[in-house]
Design a protein around this ligand. Structure first.
Ligand code: FIX
Ligand code: ZN
Length: 439
């Protein structure tokens, strides 16, 4: 069937599109989009996963999946167990309690609980079971190297980007022993302790031989910059990153902005690496929930506008946590090509919200953004998170192509492949040194 209005394609001034051979009819658009999404290996640009050389920092298996902080938050809504009692349990007991409360006594229909079901199902493990015996025995038998390859293949990923904190003593020790090069994992230098909690961490830099002080005065910024250059040399991060509160402002007097402008941004420029700003977290609104105790808040994105304008030679990879900030982020991305929006972060990673945000981004930015990252903390989570992303994205993209055909442009499989590749790989590869290790 000839696409409606295809004659417009040959009108003067029309840019020719790739070969007609793989021209697809509107009726086949949906299936083709699904097929291209399924067969394109993606880059996961922000996770909390670790290569196996990081030892116990690298989380995988059923007990870790069930004690994910997203599920812990839900557990306290469906169980009488107090946080105090819960934290005193062993990992296994915690997992059993969560399984019982959220998967046996309730139907696992939330996004995070359904994710565990999808993982169990992917490995053909029981999804309705009074206990975790079979799942535990399956994961215990896995060889981690082979399991990683298997999981990444199932998730359709070629490369996973970690989050690495040089101020974390456990991690720093591993990096100092020579690091942890792995073809599937790439590092990111995380700056939260330096930029957001300097008074609690400046002494770690002093202990490593950098001449800094508590108020980040004098030569502190120069020394932080030297610290970043040294750690860049050691880690070879693909970008640097910080998560910032909803109250973040720029310009503003204070340590965060001084170190940002005098140490971090100059180092990123010199090293030609982007800086990821993840804006809008409200840390520890309920500290009794520990990692599950953070919330979200609307930020004033004029701070981002000011940074993008004042530092045109820096590149900013940005995710914002508040749903209300998403439209402004798109507007700013239209103003500043040194701003690359990415992901539907954390509380936004639900199909209804991903759909809304992604449609808005496609409408305002075409394919010049990165639709999603997984934020996975436990290896097997990438299976369900990327399955969900593909499932949510397929009808959105198909819908855009159908409208395009209705408006007079024919569409080929090559066009769809180019777009999916750009969204889920090429935009990341253009901003980060990933090519050499991508498969
Ligand atoms: O700051 C971050 O990178 C956040 O994504 C996490 O710290 C958060 O706890 C999380 O896991 C969200 O998905
Ligand atoms: Zn994260």
């Amino acid at each position: 069937m000839q696409p409606k209005g295809s004659s417009l394609l040959n009108s003067p001034g029309q840019v020719p599109v790739s070969g007609d051979g793989d021209l697809i009819s509107p009726a086949k658009i949906g299936a083709t989009v699904e097929d291209v999404l399924a067969s394109t290996p993606f880059v996961d640009i922000h996770t909390h996963l670790y290569a196996p050389a990081f030892g116990k920092l690298s989380l995988w298996g059923i007990d870790e999946l069930l004690t994910y902080h997203y599920l812990e938050a839900e557990f306290f809504r469906s169980s009488d167990t107090t946080p105090e009692k819960y934290w005193a349990l062993s990992k296994r007991e915690k997992a059993d309690a969560i399984w019982r409360a959220l998967f046996v006594e309730n139907t696992p229909i939330s996004e995070a609980t359904r994710g565990v079901i999808a993982v169990l199902n992917a490995f053909e493990l029981p999804t309705v079971s009074p206990n975790l015996a079979e799942a535990r025995s399956f994961f215990e038998k896995q060889d981690i190297q082979a399991h990683i390859e298997n999981v990444l293949r199932m998730a359709g990923l070629s490369v996973v980007i970690m989050t690495n904190d040089p101020l974390d003593p456990e991690e720093a020790a591993i990096w100092k022993k020579g690091g942890a090069v792995h073809p599937r994992f790439r590092p990111v230098l995380r700056l939260d302790r330096i930029l957001c909690n300097w008074p609690g961490h400046w002494q770690v830099l002093t202990a490593q031989g950098y001449g800094v002080d508590e108020s980040a005065s004098g030569k502190s910024a120069t020394e932080v910059r030297r610290f970043l250059m040294d750690w860049h040399e050691r880690m070879r991060p693909v970008y640097m990153a910080v998560s910032l509160p909803d109250t973040f402002e720029y310009p503003q007097e204070g340590i965060t902005n001084r170190l940002l402008t005098e140490a971090v941004l100059p180092a990123c420029r010199e090293l030609n690496v982007p800086l990821s700003l993840m804006i809008g977290v409200r840390r520890q609104v309920n500290p009794t929930l520990r990692l599950a105790g953070d919330a979200a808040g609307r930020a004033d994105l004029r701070a981002l506008e000011n940074l993008c304008r004042e530092f045109p030679d820096n590149r900013f990879l940005v995710s914002v946590l508040s749903r209300e900030n998403q439209h402004e982020l798109c507007v700013y991305a239209r103003k500043f090509s040194n701003l690359l929006p990415f992901g539907c972060w954390w509380f936004l990673n639900n199909p209804s919200i991903v759909e809304e945000i992604t449609r808005e981004r496609l409408e305002m930015l075409g394919t010049s953004f990165i639709p999603q990252h997984s934020d996975a903390r436990v290896l097997e989570q990438v299976i369900y998170k990327w399955k969900n992303t593909r499932r949510t994205l397929a009808p959105i993209l198909a819908d855009s192509y159908r409208k395009l055909v209705e408006d007079g442009r024919r569409i080929t499989r090559t066009d769809i492949q180019r777009d999916v590749t750009r969204l889920f790989r090429a935009n990341a590869e253009a901003w980060m040194e990933l090519r050499a290790l991508s498969s």
